[in-house]
Design a protein around this ligand. Structure first.
Ligand code: TEU
Ligand code: CA
Length: 611
């Protein structure tokens, strides 16, 4: 067991200790590997008490001791699974395709575009929530798990969608949001009506602690009907479920089985790492709160019963159907991910880590240029620690993050080659690629002019919080603009015509990147992605091949090989806008994002060679 007498190195050698120390050091831009060097390795935790304080030390010790040892994985080979070979495509239904002209994407719209999706060459669709919801957080506030939102269509439409997806040889996973429900869910309404059984479905307290919501302000909302405060880690209309309660866990198992009985192939589990809260709901450490912005997070981002709850859910609901699971685990690093997905743990198949999304020293709302050398480093670091019993989800974009090309460059001369390079990078490193709608089109951030165009509850709450602090509306808007999740939520531009009364303003008209503009153009980002999918499917090295980084310390150059049996591919990438020396000369590339290649590597040039 770790104690305050343990050294930093002893803590770093524990799975949770590794990730927590790595995360803290990454935020303050210190290389975590320093912990292995003198004198850091010998520093006992208790000597840091003057800086960290007693309760932070105790919280850290408790957290690290939740999982004793790292996984001893002795797998001798990689197990073959469909989801290790698949390319996933995430649809944000509200913004994908509108079939009835109300400006809101819907299920019929998705059905009408299944041939487009199939032609991309992707294998599994991840459908963001389509359940009945008041749409406070665009469906991540579920009011009825077994009903489709009216604006989306009917359950019959969903059943048809699922059938049409399967008929095309693709799979479909849904988004399962069970850390919380909408405050309009019948369970919560019964709780407010005084039904004790359902009050125990949620987390009520007589008085609030100092936990902060991820969407600004306190994480507690007072309900005079019951004279108590209810916990909401997200919006005020997203009430956290009490997973300590076996009845809640049973409800979730039943929801999963209800959809598996329909033939749904699995779930993406929304913020699933937050479901186990520390008993007694103690106050969060203010220093941690300042560092990571969510006071209280140390008491719930990897709770003592997290693994138990996840393993039970997988065992009872997913395993009997052979269903796929990928958990969204904000705040988790590589070792926590292994604790929840290594094959010896019989838990989830994959997790989404957030560690690569921002260059160290920045958060999503900073308007900065993302450094692709950091992406290279973190991909190599993850691969260093993964064993043959591990696998990882590889992604750069989703509905919660700005468009990656816009994070990397602020002039769009290189929009096409950068978009293609980023797609090529995630399709050639080891792991399962997840593509977000529009990424295949080279979509960029949107040119929002003022708050009236912003729809996302996170941005709106953040803006209001800034105004309440006396910040001017211009400054407040500027503070949320770079990181607003709405950058990823514009309607897909199928044929460059205005989406009548779209729920979110249209910015993609006339930018020459509509599906219609690109579909026939062999040099478009769209065509590149389709060709890349074909290439990946015909080269098993890119799926199960060993990953071997080269030139690790060479800035702006990313070179690695993927070897399977006697076949080996070498991938060479220029991570910068500047021409740099080629790694391979006078060699014909099998695949590239440039046509002509002479002299140095061009800006963001990516090549795949047979070696
Ligand atoms: O996201 C959780 C999450 O971490 C994001 O809300 C985002 O990263 C946040 O802005 C903190 O930086 C999941 C869903 O993907 C998101 O759409 C939901 O809003 C959220 O959970 C609550 O359900
Ligand atoms: Ca519609």
């Amino acid at each position: 067991m770790i104690s305050k007498n343990s050294t930093l190195l002893e803590i770093y050698n524990r799975p949770i200790g590794h990730d927590v120390l790595a995360k803290i050091l990454m935020i303050i831009n210190v290389n975590p590997e320093k912990i292995k060097s003198f004198p850091f390795r010998h520093i006992k935790l208790k000597y840091l008490r003057p800086f960290l304080g007693k309760d932070l030390i105790n919280s850290l010790v408790d957290l690290v001791n939740i999982e004793e040892a790292s996984i001893k994985d002795t797998s001798k080979e990689i197990s073959k699974k469909w989801w290790k070979e698949a390319v996933f495509y995430q649809i944000y239904p509200r913004s994908f395709c509108d079939s009835n002209g109300d400006g809101i994407g819907d299920l019929q719209g998705i059905i009408s575009k299944l041939d487009y999706i199939k032609d991309l060459g992707v294998d599994c669709i991840w459908l963001s929530p389509v359940y009945d919801s008041p749409m406070d957080d665009n469906g991540y506030d579920i009011r009825n798990y077994r009903k489709i939102l009216d604006e989306m269509g009917t359950m019959e439409n969903f059943d048809l969608l699922l059938k049409e997806v399967h008929d095309r040889g693709m799979k479909l996973i849904m988004d399962l949001v069970v850390n919380h429900t909408s405050d309009e869910h019948k369970w919560f309404k019964k709780a407010l009506d005084g039904d004790i059984k359902y009050q125990n479905y949620y987390i009520f307290a007589d008085k609030p602690n100092n936990w902060k919501s991820w969407f600004s302000g306190t994480a507690w909302r007072y309900f005079p009907q019951v004279g108590k405060y209810g916990l909401h880690l997200f919006s005020q209309k997203q009430m956290d479920l009490n997973w300590e309660n076996k009845d809640v866990r049973k409800e979730v198992i039943d929801i999963c089985k209800w959809y598996f009985d329909k033939g749904v192939d699995g779930f993406r589990l929304d913020v699933i790492n937050l479901i186990s809260k520390r008993p007694g709901l103690p106050n969060g450490n203010e220093k941690i709160g300042d560092l990571v912005n969510f006071t209280g997070i140390e008491h719930y981002f990897y709770g003592a019963k997290l693994y138990q709850y996840i393993q039970e859910l997988v065992e009872e609901a997913f395993k009997p159907y052979g269903a796929f699971s990928v958990g969204e685990t904000p705040g988790h690093g590589i070792e926590m991910g292994r604790l929840l997905t290594n094959e010896t743990r019989n838990a989830m198949d994959l997790v989404f880590s957030f560690d690569h999304l921002e260059t160290p020293g920045h958060n999503r709302f900073d308007d900065y240029k993302y450094d692709l050398n950091f992406l290279k480093d973190i991909i190599y670091k993850f691969n260093d620690r993964l064993t043959l019993g591990d696998w990882q989800a590889i992604y750069l974009e989703n509905h919660d993050n700005p468009r990656m090309p816009s994070k990397v460059i602020h002039n769009f001369k290189y929009r096409d080659v950068l978009s293609k390079m980023l797609l090529g990078l995630i399709m050639t490193v080891k792991g399962t690629p997840f593509i977000y709608q529009g990424q295949e089109l080279g979509s960029l951030n949107l040119d929002f002019k003022d708050m009236s165009q912003i729809r996302d509850v996170e941005s709106i709450n953040m803006y209001q919080e800034l105004l309440d602090k006396g910040i001017s509306s211009e400054e407040a808007f500027a503070s949320i603009l770079a990181g607003s999740r709405d950058h990823a939520r514009n309607m897909i531009n199928w044929y460059d015509n205005p989406h009548e009364n779209a729920w979110i303003d249209d910015f993609t008209l006339g930018d020459g990147y509509s599906v219609k503009d690109q579909i026939g153009d062999k040099n478009s980002v769209l065509s590149f992605f389709k060709d890349l999918n074909k290439f990946r499917k015909t080269h098993i090295e890119l799926i199960y091949g060993a990953f071997n980084p080269l030139e690790r310390d060479k800035k702006d150059l990313m070179v690695f090989t993927r070897g399977f049996d006697d076949k080996k591919l070498l991938i060479e990438i220029n991570l910068s806008e500047k021409p740099i020396e080629r790694y391979l000369r006078n060699k014909e590339a099998l695949f590239s994002n440039y046509v002509e290649k002479e002299g140095k590597l061009k800006p963001y040039e990516l090549n795949i060679y047979r070696i």
